[in-house]
Ligand binder design. Structure first.
Ligand code: DX5
Ligand code: ZN
Length: 220
């Protein structure tokens, strides 16, 4: 599988020097994954729109904003204004995402739907055509540094099959616990965007970590 995008999650970066952290990886990755958490939809609080806005002038990377909040569609204009490129939200938070997808388009944002490890692919399949990306969580959302759940790989396969059968170009993203050791499996199942937080930003050399992940996907 070629054409894999690597999207490091800023959640694992050193928050005291975000600009520097992004600068270390920006020439080697495809997207920057930004995890917004509200302490309500998930049991953790990360960062919000002001941080995205502050980072925007420091890099030209594509901002993939993963919104883990109870009302993810409430802030689409603000996210667009802050410089987000893509907004992904959980089907568990917006059971009918039709309005949210339309609002994202009005705000010139890419749109994606995320499913938690226990949510079946069927929950999003009616809406795939509204999406630029479908995200399969490979950890319970809320925290970085958790172990990859290989049991979600069949859902990645289902999503891949769904988009291919319909001739769609929808990206399939996998998020959580990705390492050089399991990246090949994820890409082999059909993921085209790999989110990796700890494996990149907690590595001694993030650039080498990204290269290892990319190499692992090249062999699938
Ligand atoms: C979890 C987040 C993930 C996570 C990825 O709620 O959505 O993006 O930070 O980090 P690692 O790669 O450390 O699991
Ligand atoms: Zn995420």
């Amino acid at each position: 599988m070629s054409d894999i995008k690597i999207a490091p999650s800023l959640l694992a970066a050193d928050f005291s020097k975000l600009e520097e952290e992004v600068a270390r990886i920006e020439d080697h990755v495809d997207w920057l994954h930004l995890d917004v958490m509200d302490g309500h939809f998930v049991p953790n609080i990360s960062f919000g729109i002001p941080v995205i806005e502050s980072l925007r002038p420091t890099t030209s990377l594509f901002f993939d904003c993963h919104i883990m909040t109870t009302n993810p569609d409430a802030f689409l204009p603000e996210l667009a204004g802050a410089g987000a490129n893509l907004v992904t939200m959980h089907i568990e938070a917006v059971p009918d995402p039709t309005g949210a997808a339309a609002a994202a388009r009005v705000n010139e944002l890419g749109f994606g739907l995320v499913i938690n490890p226990l949510t079946p692919f069927d929950a999003v399949s009616p809406y795939v055509e509204l999406c630029d990306v479908v995200v399969v969580m490979s950890v319970e959302p809320g925290f970085g540094g958790q172990a990859f759940m290989p049991e979600v790989l069949p859902k990645v396969e289902s999503a891949r099959e769904w988009v291919e059968d319909r001739g769609l170009t929808t990206d399939i993203q996998i998020d959580g616990g990705i390492t050089p050791e399991n990246a090949g499996m994820a890409a082999g199942a059909g993921a085209t965007v790999l989110v990796a937080g700890s494996a990149v930003f907690r590595a001694e050399d993030p650039q080498t970590a990204v290269e290892k992940i990319r190499r692992a996907t090249a062999t699938t």
